[in-house]
Ligand binder design. Structure first.
Ligand SMILES: Cc1cc2nc3c(=O)[nH]c(=O)nc-3n(C[C@H](O)[C@H](O)[C@H](O)COP(=O)(O)O)c2cc1C
Length: 192
């Protein structure tokens, strides 16, 4: 798959197969994150990669899923994520643009994961204090994002947004994700 195809086919996945994600792959994902662009090359992000089932189980209750369609969009019982990468900001590094740095790391993780057939969901709606305690994060490391990972057990479909951008589940329980059209967002040479 070309990088472009990976970008086109990646979707946020919230239903996963009961199959462990090898730690060797998580290591590659963190390596991809490590090499992401970073404002002033400060590299404030650190990562906790989790595939041990006991810890995976402890992370799940700290996450909130698919806000527009709660609780319908929650991972069904038995189809929860099988691994996580928790993205931390090390405040001791005095980051210039921590939000953008973390986002660049996350996007690398999502795309490289999909290249290995591993699906993901980027989570920002998280109980950061609870997660910090579970993972024993030191005070100078702030939990920023969580990437949920696993082998996909749903196939969301992109459609062109006509008005609402809210994702929804159709009659067959397929997640439909409206995206603004290229025509609407691309301006050639000047804004028109
Ligand atoms: C910064 C950020 C935070 C997000 N937080 C959550 C979240 O807490 N829970 C969730 O289920 N999805 C979360 N998402 C995923 C979005 O809902 C998803 O990207 C969007 O619906 C578009 O779907 P797509 O990723 O398949 O293109 C987040 C995405 C981003 C970029």
């Amino acid at each position: 798959m070309s990088v472009y195809d990976i970008v086109l086919r990646r979707r946020s996945i919230r239903c996963f197969k009961k199959k462990k994600v090898p730690f060797s792959i998580l290591k590659k994902l963190v390596n991809a994150a490590r090499l992401a662009p970073s404002g002033a090359n400060i590299q404030p992000c650190e990562f906790i990669a989790v595939n041990d089932q006991a810890t995976v189980n402890k992370i799940f209750p700290a996450l909130k899923w698919a806000g527009y369609i709660r609780p319908q969009g929650d991972p069904p019982k038995g189809r929860e994520p099988r691994a996580y990468i928790v993205v931390l900001i090390n405040r001791d590094k005095r980051p210039l643009c921590p939000e953008a740095d973390a986002a660049a790391c996350v996007e690398n993780i999502l795309l490289v994961a999909w290249g290995y057939g591993i699906a993901s969901c980027w989570l920002g709606a998280i109980d950061k204090n609870r997660l910090g305690r579970v993972l024993r994060c030191p005070a100078h490391c702030e939990v920023k994002y969580v990437v949920a990972l696993g082998y996909p057990d749903e196939r969301p479909q992109v459609e062109t947004a006509r008005g609402s951008i809210k994702y929804y589940k159709d009659k067959k329980s397929t997640l439909r994700v409206p995206k603004r059209s290229l025509k609407e967002i691309l301006h050639r040479n000047i804004y028109r």
